[in-house]
Design a protein around this ligand. Structure first.
Ligand SMILES: [Zn+2]
Ligand SMILES: [Zn+2]
Length: 234
Protein backbone atom coordinates (compact mmCIF):
# COMPACT_ATOMS: atom_id res chain seq x y z
CA UNK A 1 0.00 0.00 0.00
CA UNK A 2 2.87 2.37 -0.57
CA UNK A 3 1.81 5.42 -2.50
CA UNK A 4 4.04 7.82 -4.35
CA UNK A 5 4.52 11.33 -3.07
CA UNK A 6 3.24 13.95 -5.41
CA UNK A 7 5.04 17.17 -4.64
CA UNK A 8 5.99 19.95 -6.93
CA UNK A 9 9.61 20.88 -7.31
CA UNK A 10 8.85 24.35 -6.07
CA UNK A 11 7.47 22.98 -2.79
CA UNK A 12 10.49 20.81 -2.18
CA UNK A 13 12.87 23.69 -2.81
CA UNK A 14 10.94 25.96 -0.43
CA UNK A 15 10.97 23.28 2.24
CA UNK A 16 14.68 22.56 1.87
CA UNK A 17 15.34 26.26 2.12
CA UNK A 18 13.33 26.55 5.34
CA UNK A 19 15.16 23.54 6.80
CA UNK A 20 18.45 25.30 6.08
CA UNK A 21 17.48 28.71 7.45
CA UNK A 22 15.47 27.51 10.42
CA UNK A 23 16.51 23.99 11.43
CA UNK A 24 14.16 22.43 13.95
CA UNK A 25 14.48 19.57 16.39
CA UNK A 26 12.73 16.28 15.77
CA UNK A 27 9.80 16.19 18.22
CA UNK A 28 10.45 12.48 18.82
CA UNK A 29 14.24 12.05 19.14
CA UNK A 30 15.48 15.64 19.28
CA UNK A 31 17.80 15.33 16.26
CA UNK A 32 18.52 18.68 14.60
CA UNK A 33 17.08 19.31 11.14
CA UNK A 34 13.37 18.75 10.66
CA UNK A 35 10.42 18.76 13.05
CA UNK A 36 10.26 15.02 12.38
CA UNK A 37 13.53 13.43 11.32
CA UNK A 38 13.57 10.91 8.42
CA UNK A 39 14.44 8.04 10.81
CA UNK A 40 11.53 8.65 13.17
CA UNK A 41 9.18 9.21 10.23
CA UNK A 42 10.25 5.95 8.60
CA UNK A 43 9.76 4.10 11.89
CA UNK A 44 6.22 5.44 12.27
CA UNK A 45 5.38 4.40 8.70
CA UNK A 46 6.96 0.94 9.13
CA UNK A 47 5.17 0.32 12.42
CA UNK A 48 1.81 1.77 11.39
CA UNK A 49 -1.12 -0.54 12.00
CA UNK A 50 -4.72 -0.46 10.93
CA UNK A 51 -7.31 -1.27 13.53
CA UNK A 52 -11.07 -0.92 13.80
CA UNK A 53 -12.07 2.34 15.51
CA UNK A 54 -14.98 0.54 17.13
CA UNK A 55 -13.62 -2.76 18.50
CA UNK A 56 -9.86 -2.13 18.26
CA UNK A 57 -9.16 -5.33 16.32
CA UNK A 58 -6.55 -5.23 13.58
CA UNK A 59 -8.16 -5.00 10.18
CA UNK A 60 -7.18 -4.76 6.51
CA UNK A 61 -9.50 -1.93 5.49
CA UNK A 62 -12.85 -2.73 7.05
CA UNK A 63 -13.99 -4.60 10.15
CA UNK A 64 -15.93 -7.83 9.55
CA UNK A 65 -17.49 -7.62 13.02
CA UNK A 66 -18.69 -4.03 13.41
CA UNK A 67 -21.55 -2.30 11.66
CA UNK A 68 -20.27 1.16 10.83
CA UNK A 69 -21.62 4.04 8.75
CA UNK A 70 -18.45 4.04 6.62
CA UNK A 71 -16.85 1.33 4.49
CA UNK A 72 -13.14 1.56 5.18
CA UNK A 73 -10.91 3.08 7.81
CA UNK A 74 -7.19 3.76 8.04
CA UNK A 75 -5.22 4.51 11.19
CA UNK A 76 -1.53 5.23 11.70
CA UNK A 77 -1.27 4.21 15.35
CA UNK A 78 -2.27 4.79 18.94
CA UNK A 79 -2.14 8.04 20.84
CA UNK A 80 0.47 6.78 23.32
CA UNK A 81 2.85 5.99 20.43
CA UNK A 82 5.14 8.34 18.48
CA UNK A 83 2.37 9.27 16.04
CA UNK A 84 0.20 10.35 18.96
CA UNK A 85 2.96 12.64 20.17
CA UNK A 86 3.16 14.20 16.71
CA UNK A 87 -0.62 14.64 16.56
CA UNK A 88 -0.54 16.40 19.95
CA UNK A 89 2.48 18.60 19.19
CA UNK A 90 0.83 19.68 15.95
CA UNK A 91 -2.58 20.25 17.48
CA UNK A 92 -1.82 21.76 20.87
CA UNK A 93 1.50 23.51 20.17
CA UNK A 94 0.47 24.60 16.66
CA UNK A 95 3.77 23.33 15.27
CA UNK A 96 2.87 24.09 11.66
CA UNK A 97 5.84 22.35 10.06
CA UNK A 98 4.42 19.03 11.29
CA UNK A 99 1.51 19.33 8.85
CA UNK A 100 3.61 18.25 5.88
CA UNK A 101 5.26 15.49 7.94
CA UNK A 102 1.81 14.17 8.81
CA UNK A 103 0.78 14.40 5.15
CA UNK A 104 3.92 12.42 4.19
CA UNK A 105 3.07 9.70 6.70
CA UNK A 106 -0.51 9.50 5.40
CA UNK A 107 0.70 9.34 1.79
CA UNK A 108 2.68 6.24 2.74
CA UNK A 109 -0.14 4.36 4.44
CA UNK A 110 -3.18 5.25 2.34
CA UNK A 111 -4.34 3.38 -0.78
CA UNK A 112 -4.58 5.07 -4.19
CA UNK A 113 -7.43 7.56 -4.45
CA UNK A 114 -9.77 7.68 -7.43
CA UNK A 115 -10.04 11.08 -9.18
CA UNK A 116 -13.57 11.37 -7.73
CA UNK A 117 -12.23 11.40 -4.19
CA UNK A 118 -12.87 14.37 -1.92
CA UNK A 119 -10.98 14.83 1.35
CA UNK A 120 -13.21 16.28 4.08
CA UNK A 121 -11.81 17.32 7.46
CA UNK A 122 -13.68 16.93 10.73
CA UNK A 123 -14.14 20.62 11.57
CA UNK A 124 -12.30 22.11 14.52
CA UNK A 125 -14.13 24.07 17.20
CA UNK A 126 -13.89 27.74 16.11
CA UNK A 127 -12.70 28.92 19.51
CA UNK A 128 -9.78 26.47 19.28
CA UNK A 129 -8.87 27.65 15.77
CA UNK A 130 -8.72 31.22 17.08
CA UNK A 131 -6.70 30.20 20.14
CA UNK A 132 -4.19 28.13 18.17
CA UNK A 133 -4.15 30.38 15.12
CA UNK A 134 -4.44 27.23 13.04
CA UNK A 135 -7.17 24.91 11.78
CA UNK A 136 -5.02 21.82 12.05
CA UNK A 137 -7.30 19.18 10.48
CA UNK A 138 -8.23 21.49 7.61
CA UNK A 139 -4.58 22.20 6.85
CA UNK A 140 -3.63 18.50 6.69
CA UNK A 141 -6.78 17.58 4.72
CA UNK A 142 -5.95 20.30 2.16
CA UNK A 143 -2.34 19.18 1.84
CA UNK A 144 -3.40 15.55 1.53
CA UNK A 145 -5.90 16.36 -1.23
CA UNK A 146 -3.21 18.29 -3.08
CA UNK A 147 -0.67 15.47 -2.74
CA UNK A 148 -3.27 12.90 -3.85
CA UNK A 149 -4.35 15.16 -6.74
CA UNK A 150 -7.98 15.06 -5.67
CA UNK A 151 -10.39 17.61 -4.22
CA UNK A 152 -10.74 19.12 -0.79
CA UNK A 153 -14.04 20.23 0.69
CA UNK A 154 -15.11 21.70 4.03
CA UNK A 155 -18.41 19.84 3.60
CA UNK A 156 -19.01 19.27 7.30
CA UNK A 157 -19.24 22.20 9.69
CA UNK A 158 -20.07 22.63 13.35
CA UNK A 159 -23.49 23.65 14.65
CA UNK A 160 -22.09 24.92 17.93
CA UNK A 161 -18.84 25.15 19.84
CA UNK A 162 -19.39 22.27 22.24
CA UNK A 163 -16.13 21.19 23.83
CA UNK A 164 -15.49 17.47 24.09
CA UNK A 165 -12.47 17.47 26.41
CA UNK A 166 -13.29 15.72 29.67
CA UNK A 167 -16.80 14.67 28.63
CA UNK A 168 -17.56 11.01 29.21
CA UNK A 169 -18.38 8.57 26.40
CA UNK A 170 -22.16 8.97 26.72
CA UNK A 171 -21.93 12.75 26.80
CA UNK A 172 -19.62 12.75 23.78
CA UNK A 173 -22.08 10.66 21.81
CA UNK A 174 -24.92 13.05 22.67
CA UNK A 175 -22.77 16.07 21.74
CA UNK A 176 -21.63 14.47 18.48
CA UNK A 177 -25.24 13.81 17.41
CA UNK A 178 -26.08 17.48 17.36
CA UNK A 179 -22.68 19.04 16.74
CA UNK A 180 -22.34 18.85 12.95
CA UNK A 181 -24.13 19.88 9.79
CA UNK A 182 -23.63 19.54 6.05
CA UNK A 183 -22.91 22.62 3.96
CA UNK A 184 -25.62 22.22 1.31
CA UNK A 185 -24.00 24.69 -1.10
CA UNK A 186 -20.72 22.80 -0.93
CA UNK A 187 -22.60 19.51 -1.40
CA UNK A 188 -24.18 20.76 -4.65
CA UNK A 189 -20.97 22.33 -5.89
CA UNK A 190 -18.46 19.52 -5.28
CA UNK A 191 -20.28 16.22 -4.94
CA UNK A 192 -22.04 13.82 -7.30
CA UNK A 193 -23.10 10.18 -7.11
CA UNK A 194 -19.58 9.03 -7.99
CA UNK A 195 -17.89 10.98 -5.19
CA UNK A 196 -15.83 9.00 -2.71
CA UNK A 197 -15.23 10.79 0.57
CA UNK A 198 -12.26 10.40 2.88
CA UNK A 199 -13.11 11.94 6.25
CA UNK A 200 -10.00 13.05 8.12
CA UNK A 201 -9.52 13.53 11.85
CA UNK A 202 -6.31 13.61 13.88
CA UNK A 203 -7.22 12.02 17.19
CA UNK A 204 -10.16 9.73 17.89
CA UNK A 205 -11.27 8.89 21.39
CA UNK A 206 -14.56 7.02 21.17
CA UNK A 207 -15.09 7.16 17.41
CA UNK A 208 -18.44 8.90 17.95
CA UNK A 209 -17.49 12.09 16.09
CA UNK A 210 -16.38 10.27 12.97
CA UNK A 211 -19.46 8.00 13.03
CA UNK A 212 -21.88 10.91 13.34
CA UNK A 213 -20.18 12.78 10.48
CA UNK A 214 -20.24 9.64 8.32
CA UNK A 215 -23.97 9.23 9.06
CA UNK A 216 -24.59 12.82 7.96
CA UNK A 217 -22.73 12.17 4.69
CA UNK A 218 -24.77 9.00 4.13
CA UNK A 219 -28.01 10.90 4.69
CA UNK A 220 -26.84 13.43 2.08
CA UNK A 221 -26.57 10.62 -0.47
CA UNK A 222 -22.83 9.97 -0.37
CA UNK A 223 -22.32 6.22 -0.56
CA UNK A 224 -18.57 5.74 -0.66
CA UNK A 225 -17.17 6.87 2.69
CA UNK A 226 -13.77 6.10 4.17
CA UNK A 227 -12.15 7.39 7.32
CA UNK A 228 -8.59 8.41 8.18
CA UNK A 229 -7.44 8.79 11.79
CA UNK A 230 -3.91 9.69 12.76
CA UNK A 231 -3.95 8.42 16.34
CA UNK A 232 -6.55 6.59 18.40
CA UNK A 233 -6.86 6.53 22.16
CA UNK A 234 -6.61 2.98 23.44
ZN1 LIG B 1 13.76 11.77 15.17
ZN1 LIG C 1 -14.61 -3.73 14.68
Amino acid sequence: MVAKRGKSRQNIDMESLLDLIMPENCVICGAKGKSLCPNCKQKIIAESSNFCLECGNFIEESCPDCRLPYQKSYTVGFRDEAVGKIAEKYKFSSKRSLARQITDILMNILPDFSPDTVVVPIPTIKKHVRMRGLDHTKKVAKQLAKAKKCRFSPLVSRMNDSVQVGANAKKRLEQAKTAFKIDEKELKKVFNEKSAVFLYDDISTTGSTIKECAKLLKKSGIKNISVIILAKNR
